[in-house]
Design a protein around this ligand. Structure first.
Ligand code: NAI
Ligand code: MG
Length: 499
């Protein structure tokens, strides 16, 4: 495929025809400062567009638009009407998915073919799931012992204005994971996309209006974390922050939220263990473990980056994972042959390369990958091949810290007790994997692993009905599952004395 000519054909109308301004109260609005920043295609280093750089005054405007909508038109929508809007939005996202996925692929590099398969299902599935929840929110009647002539019930009320701050690794589906529960419960939103990937969120904002959601219910403030993001986390009239990103920023969000004691939910990073026993179906385990860490170029919060392999099969298994990784086609996100796209930015590439150097300096060895791909046609993009580290020790930084690239540490183990202890020896607790045919090992580890998700003979499977989230430094709160909406609701207890 000739990517250059195909790029012209595929250049979405949104890039040339729409302003890339802030979306406040249903209108495109330049940043008050007038400042903009470049967004770059990581497959070739070219500038895609200039985007408005929102900051504190813009966040304040968006928060007051969200407050007005929350107290005004949106509060009159019945659950059934909110459900109808979300279902219409699901249809619109479906109809415009080629465009939305193209924007994400161009801006953060994910292979278009993968987005159009997996992310399509994820985006639409999530919206339809939250549509269902919109008509399933209810309180309780409670028999109390205070008085025989007092009736008590609870009502579930939307929490108010939600600040949603998301990263760049899955822009559209991350935005939907915050906006879906807000629309289901009757909350309003100020969304701050990552500075590396704003375009699909801006297009989504237009579709939300087209779906019949009133102006001001969903506002989008593009811009940098330190300015726009920090202002949102701090704003006194924002009731909750739903954050996905690094644990460093998660900690700052908690500090910034203290002024008005915002509700906070945090979906943060990880260093997830993926454990392969000798009795596993090794063909499935090789592919599952490899894609569990190389998929989305390793830019996945729950990636299985610590690959524990039983010693009797260690050499053969990691050679197969290294070969599987080396055989994956790395390339431009738009190329239909591409299985692994670039990493999102030059900054992220340098960060991953510095981790690879740290690993080598600490005495680890690479079995595959490890060097930036600089041959044409990839030379101007930020490409790094799947990289497998062997000879690692548990105290090395590459084993302890989140790298967020296509890099896995392969670690041999001998006994169940040992792998149980080492798998949990991390400050994170997001994902985990177990590959075995032995039901005893499955149950023992599924119970003892300290993580939000345990995948057995599979990895990184998601469904809107199944909760996802972390423990420890991986954060708190769950996205997906019926409990997700609890974090967007307050409970009110009503006492009626009829004596
Ligand atoms: P980040 O955590 O800095 O950015 C995530 C979001 O938070 C972005 O929208 C950003 O603008 C915003 N943000 C940044 N500083 C903020 C602040 N002070 N207040 C409010 N919002 C703020 O992640 P970044 O810089 O993109 O990536 C750095 C590293 O973080 C990655 O290499 C990776 O290790 C980790 N990360 C993990 C993610 C995960 O899902 N586990 C997602 C993104 C990054
Ligand atoms: Mg950052």
């Amino acid at each position: 495929m000739n990517i250059a000519s195909d790029f012209k054909v595929q250049r979405p109308a949104f890039l040339s025809e729409h302003p890339k301004e802030l979306f406040i109260d249903g209108k495109w609005t330049p940043a008050i400062s007038g400042e903009t920043f470049e967004t770059i295609n990581p497959s070739n280093g070219q500038v895609l567009a200039r985007i408005a750089a929102g900051a504190a005054p813009d966040v304040a405007m968006a928060a007051s638009a969200a407050r007005r909508a929350f107290e005004g038109p949106w509060s009159h929508f019945t659950p059934y009407e909110r459900q109808a809007c979300i279902l219409k939005l699901a249809d619109l996202v479906d109809r415009h998915f080629d465009e939305l996925s193209l924007l994400d692929s161009l801006e953060m590099g994910a292979p278009l073919s993968r987005l159009r398969a997996n992310s399509h299902k994820r985006a639409i599935g999530r919206l339809r799931f939250y549509a269902g929840l919109a008509t399933a929110i209810h309180g309780q009647t409670i028999e109390n012992s205070a008085s025989r002539e007092m009736f008590t019930y609870t009502a579930r009320e939307p929490i108010g204005v939600v600040g949603a701050i998301i990263p760049w690794n899955a822009p559209l589906t991350s935005a939907i994971w915050k906006i879906g529960p807000a629309l289901a419960t009757g909350c309003t939103v100020v969304l701050k996309p990552a500075e590396q990937a704003s375009l699909s969120c801006l297009r989504l904002a237009e579709l939300i209006i087209e779906a019949g959601v009133p102006s001001g219910v969903v506002n989008v403030i593009t811009g940098f974390g330190e300015s726009a993001g920090a202002a949102l986390a701090q704003h006194a009239d924002v009731d909750k922050i739903a954050f996905t990103g690094s644990h460093f920023v998660g900690q700052k969000i908690i500090q910034a939220s203290a002024g008005n004691l915002k509700r906070v939910t945090l979906e943060l990073g990880g260093k997830s263990p993926d454990i392969v026993f000798a009795d596993a179906d090794l063909d499935k385990a090789v592919m599952g473990a490899a894609m569990g860490v190389f998929g989305n170029t390793g830019q996945v919060c729950c990636a299985g980056t610590r690959l524990f392999v039983e010693r009797s099969i260690y050499d053969e298994f990691i050679a197969r994972v290294a070969k599987f990784g080396s055989d994956l086609v790395v390339g431009d996100g738009l190329d239909p042959k591409t299985q692994i796209g670039p990493v999102v930015s030059k900054e992220q590439l340098d960060r991953i390369l510095s981790y690879i150097q740290i690993g080598l300096d600490e005495g680890a060895t690479t079995l595959s990958g490890g060097k930036r791909m600089l041959d044409a046609p990839l030379a101007n993009g930020y490409f790094l091949p799947p990289t497998v580290f062997g000879s690692v020790k548990d105290d090395m930084r590459i084993v302890r810290e989140e790298i967020f690239g296509p890099v896995v540490c392969a670690i041999p183990f001998d006994t169940m007790d040992e792998v149980e202890r080492r798998a949990n020896a991390t400050p994170f607790g997001l994902g985990s994997g177990i590959w075995t045919r032995d039901v005893k090992k499955v149950h023992r580890l599924a119970k003892s692993i300290k993580a939000g998700s345990v995948w057995v003979n599979c990895y990184n499977v998601m469904d809107p009905a199944v909760p996802f989230g972390g423990n420890k430094l991986s954060g708190y709160g769950r996205e997906g599952g019926v409990e997700h909406v609890d974090d967007y609701l307050n409970t009110k207890s009503v006492w009626i004395n009829y004596n």
